[in-house]
Write a protein that binds this ligand. Structure first.
Ligand SMILES: C[S@@+](CC[C@H](N)C(=O)[O-])C[C@H]1O[C@@H](n2cnc3c(N)ncnc32)[C@H](O)[C@@H]1O
Length: 197
């Protein structure tokens, strides 16, 4: 998978564009800046947006090509981000450290997804906010992006179970229009969630 992502980020300029994901923007705009962690952050569109709003951002992704482009984007916008190249499977996230954490289109196989959500929740301070947008199972067969296997697509029940120790304030499956770079284009079935620790 790492090779897949490095290739994708080598071939295209910014595969998901340089503007923040709309749901990410709507959520981060509601919060006061603090420490933010973005696992699977890719080319930095969300990290740079948050840094511009005063967040201290840590991004974790196993693609070195993505890191280079994210750091370039940060320089272009005169901000700094802390971008760690690591596999989320083994990455150690410091516990009770972040005020917010977001997973934006991080479509891992379900077992790894469970491990990552657990680590991400533990990395939040008490009262910290978690939010996510991902493709749902109903995205299978659509051409607007995302994995071609059900094991990396999620259901509301699955997410609800993973967030069962959190205070969920929003969890919905929605059809949205994606216009994000080359790879997220068209009507898509997604799950959006927000919860606090
Ligand atoms: C669809 S992209 C989304 C990127 C970014 N969150 C965004 O919305 O622009 C998924 C990202 O997850 C990263 N990723 C996938 N599996 C990973 C793993 N096991 N460890 C670290 N990063 C991973 C990929 O390198 C890729 O950048």
């Amino acid at each position: 998978m790492q090779e897949f992502w490095n290739q994708r980020y080598s071939l295209y300029d910014y595969g998901y564009g340089i503007k923040p994901n709309k749901f990410f923007k709507s959520q981060i705009d509601r919060l006061s800046p603090g420490k933010l962690i973005l696992p699977g952050e890719g080319e930095g569109r969300n990290a740079v947006y948050a840094a511009k709003r005063g967040w201290e951002v840590t991004a974790v992704d196993f693609s070195v090509k993505a890191q280079v482009k994210a750091n370039r984007l940060a320089v272009d916008h005169n901000v700094e981000i802390n971008y760690i190249v690591d596999n989320l499977e083994n990455a150690v996230l410091p516990e009770e450290t972040y005020n917010a954490a977001a997973l934006i289109y991080v479509q891992l196989d379900s077992q790894l997804f469970e491990t990552v959500i657990d680590k991400v929740i533990k990395s939040l301070k008490d009262g910290g906010t978690f939010f996510m947008e991902c493709y749902s199972e109903k995205q299978l067969g659509r051409r607007s992006g995302g994995p071609k296997s059900l094991n990396r697509l999620y259901s509301i029940t699955q997410i609800q179970n993973l967030l069962d120790n959190m205070n969920i304030s929003y969890l919905q499956e929605e059809e949205i229009m994606l216009q994000e770079g080359e790879f997220h284009q068209g009507k898509a079935m997604v799950i959006r969630g927000v919860a606090t620790r």
